[in-house]
Design a protein around this ligand. Structure first.
Ligand SMILES: [Zn+2]
Length: 292
């Protein structure tokens, strides 16, 4: 029945992942390339052309800050400035549409169906090219007044670190140490240039002491940032997602150790867990968000 079906649409910088979801089950999923030419004006029409039919609702997960009223405050990776894509989507399709940040969408999916299942309140941290995050409190996505709640990637760790230039324009943000890009950067500084984050973590896990020191530094920064976030929002659990978290328990336990070193004593016991939904999390979370 179309009145119980929802589209979850995760718009990434190279690919759009789309799922048709009914009662929490994915009936079908597919992807279309993201055409970022011409300020990304073809992205929504390309998505709409791929949709097989009507639905009760849809939600867009986008790589940028989303204000509580649905205004998107720039998606540099898509070529979008400040815009309201839900209105264009509904004009093109007649389908009601909501929009949220992609890490917030993944957070919602992980809390309902993945690594945070069973908890009402989680902090989700997505470790990829950057560090995204999402806050779920009492089962609902919390975006904050400006769509930036939970953005621990831009916690200031060391503003004097001129080598740690962040995409946001500041220096020494958490993501310049703890993202995949940041870990590769730390390895290069330690004399190991040109390695991917996976190569670094794999070598560290296999016993390379110099690279293990690099991973320890990244996890120390991350655990300290998470401890600070937990002192503010006090979630039941923290869920690590994104490509870096695929390093599994080796990485998770180092973050847990660092968290335990830095956390306010009343926050000790907060579990650091791994995400389980992989790259479908954004699409699934968007579909859940579309359901309201
Ligand atoms: Zn930053």
């Amino acid at each position: 029945m179309e009145n119980e079906r929802y589209y979850g649409i995760d718009i990434g910088g190279t690919t759009v992942k789309i799922g048709l979801v009914e009662n929490g089950a994915v009936l079908d999923k597919w992807s279309v390339p993201t055409d970022t030419s011409d300020n990304g004006r073809n992205i929504l029409p390309d998505i709409v052309r791929s949709l097989p039919g009507p639905a009760a609702g849809a939600a867009l997960a986008v790589p940028g800050a989303v204000l509580p009223d649905g205004t998107v405050n720039k998606c540099v990776n898509l070529g979008w400035g400040v815009c309201r894509p839900t209105e264009e989507f509904t004009t093109l399709t007649g389908i009601p549409c909501r929009v949220l940040n992609d890490a917030n969408a993944a957070a919602l999916a992980e809390q309902r169906l993945g690594g945070g299942k069973g908890f009402e309140s989680i902090l989700f941290v997505a470790l990829g090219t950057g560090v995204g995050a999402g806050v779920i409190l009492d089962g609902a996505v919390r975006v904050g007044a400006r769509g930036s709640a939970g953005e621990i990637g831009h916690l200031c760790i060391d503003p004097e670190d001129q080598a740690a230039a962040c995409t946001c324009g500041h220096h020494g943000c958490l993501e310049t140490y703890a993202s995949a890009t940041g870990i590769s950067r730390l390895a290069a500084l330690a004399g190991y240039p040109g390695l991917t984050c996976k190569q670094i973590v794999d070598a560290a896990a296999a016993g390379d002491e110099a690279l293990e020191a690099v991973v320890d530094r990244a996890c120390d920064v991350l655990g300290r940032g998470i401890a600070g976030a937990c002192a503010i929002i006090d979630p039941e659990a923290v869920v690590l997602g994104g490509g870096v978290a695929q390093a599994g328990d080796y990485f998770r336990l180092k973050v847990q150790d660092a968290f335990d070193r830095y956390a306010f004593h009343a926050c000790l016991g907060t579990e650091i867990r791994l995400a389980t939904l992989g790259s479908d999390a954004g699409m699934l979370g968007a579909a859940l968000y579309a359901m309201g």
